[in-house]
Write a protein that binds this ligand. Structure first.
Ligand code: SF4
Length: 447
């Protein structure tokens, strides 16, 4: 049984964020051809066709020690020729094990910052952790905090409209969004030195937050404006941390709370039981919303490891009957699926595939849930309407379960999500096609 969260190479999470920076040219010291292929695939498939760069690596080069010389020459050439704002040096499994002398690289060439980002998979087990390391490494390089400072630094990936909506609410209480990281430019990080408050919206940026506390001396507000009580207390906390007018803050916080409450009332989940299995911290906030809408969520799993930023949210969930499993993997999740009669599952792709075979309405986390806002009233409505319409299509899921069942009994194996059945046989057995149709070759137009 695997002991780590089941996911692709953790460094992919970091590469995705770095490649989204328009003025960065990431160097990835790959561990070999397969590693390079994987990272190139991620760069082109997930990140809008951006290139990554790597010194050549081979057994002979590692043995001779010439990888570092090539890396150094490459950094200097890239900085002088292309003058990007940032060259992050992503050190992966082999280069970090070998221990290349990264401290001998220049830290700056002209206006280009050169930043070492350690991402070996043996110590970085999740995409969330890898993203935290990226922000942590970049924050380490920031200039010192400025004297005159104002506004809120948002930390964490959110839906693109969230910072705009947060800014609109903050302006009503007398503040604004100063910057948002991870952002698409190095300037977004540098702008952090102008902020007067840090707001980590995701519970996994714990290393970055530790670094910010060491470097900046700014106050912090944790949590996010999600759900009835979450929205109210987040706005109130920002107001208190920035010493804004308490009457104005109270009025705006109450108004936003009432709007969320009205939105949630449109989607009463009346005791329906949900299982939520997420991976990057977003799931804590989602469960809060489901519970406030009347759902029971006895189980939440996350690939994030336990950390101080999640403590408050976890306490809130536990008080309401939700058990949180940190560092969960696929085996844990499949096992937990048997523990309660779930009405709906929101989880990773293999978990949802398995739940569907059992006839449980399921929503893919990455494709459907992580691509939505959860914040304020608009986020609550959007997410809960999706959840409600998925639950209401239970009859379609029952049909799937019948299709995958043996004599009406759903298969309950840990690996039944893997397609081991002969589809043609199933179609024939269920009279879904006639024997002569099954034998007909696929028409040219259908290929
Ligand atoms: S960084 Fe390590 S785990 Fe990731 S693809 Fe390369 S060799 Fe594999």
């Amino acid at each position: 049984m695997s002991k780590q969260a089941s996911s692709m190479c953790p460094a992919f999470g970091a590469i995705r964020n770095l490649l989204r920076m328009e003025d960065a040219m990431p160097i990835v010291i790959s561990s070999g051809d397969g590693c390079m292929y994987g990272h190139t695939f991620v760069a082109h498939f997930y990140v809008a066709n951006r290139p990554i760069f790597s010194p050549g690596v081979s057994s002979q080069m590692w043995a001779k020690g010439s990888v570092f010389d090539e890396l150094k020459a490459m950094v200097i050439e890239m900085a002088e020729k292309h003058q990007p704002s940032l060259i992050p040096i992503c050190s992966l499994c082999v280069s970090d094990t070998v221990g290349l002398p990264f401290e001998l690289l220049p830290k700056q060439i002209g206006n280009t910052e050169i930043v070492y980002v350690p991402l070996p998979a043996y110590s970085v087990h999740t995409h969330a952790k890898a993203k935290d390391i990226v922000v942590d490494s970049l924050v380490w390089r920031l200039p010192s905090q400025r004297k005159a400072r104002a506004g809120v630094n948002l930390i964490g990936e959110v839906f693109p409209s969230d910072p705009i909506k947060i800014d609109e609410v903050l302006r009503r209480i007398g503040s604004h969004v100063n910057t948002h990281v991870p952002g698409p430019r190095w300037a977004d990080y540098v702008a952090m030195v102008d902020g007067s408050l840090n707001a980590p919206l995701h519970p996994f940026y714990s290393e970055s937050v530790k670094r910010m506390k060491m470097k900046q001396g700014l106050p912090f507000v944790e949590g996010a404006p999600v759900g009835i009580s979450g929205t109210y207390s987040w706005i109130k906390s920002v107001g208190e941390a920035l010493k804004l007018n308490p009457a104005v803050v109270e009025a705006v916080a109450s108004e936003e709370r009432d709007k969320v409450e009205a939105a949630i009332a449109d989607y009463p989940l009346n005791g329906l039981t949900f299982m939520v299995a997420g991976y990057e911290g977003h799931e804590f906030l989602l469960v809060r919303l489901l519970i406030e809408a009347g759902a029971k969520v006895p189980y939440l799993s996350t690939s994030v490891n336990t950390n101080p930023l999640a403590r408050e949210e976890e306490a809130w969930l536990r008080e309401r009957g939700c058990t949180v499993l940190y560092g969960a993997n696929f085996d844990n999740e499949i096992g937990a699926l048997e523990d309660h009669p779930y009405d709906c599952v929101i989880g990773t792709t293999p978990l949802c595939a398995h739940a569907k075979e059992l006839g449980i309405p399921s929503i893919y986390y990455t494709n459907a849930m992580a691509t939505r806002s959860l914040m304020f009233a608009e986020g609550a409505s959007d997410v809960l309407s999706l959840v409600m319409s998925t639950y209401r299509s239970k009859a379609r899921y029952d049909k799937i379960a019948r299709f995958f069942s043996d004599d009406g009994v759903p298969k309950r194996t840990y690996t039944s999500w893997a397609p081991t059945i002969d589809i043609t046989e199933h179609l024939l057995a269920n009279a879904a096609v006639a024997p002569h149709e099954a034998a007909v070759p696929i028409a040219a137009t259908e290929r």
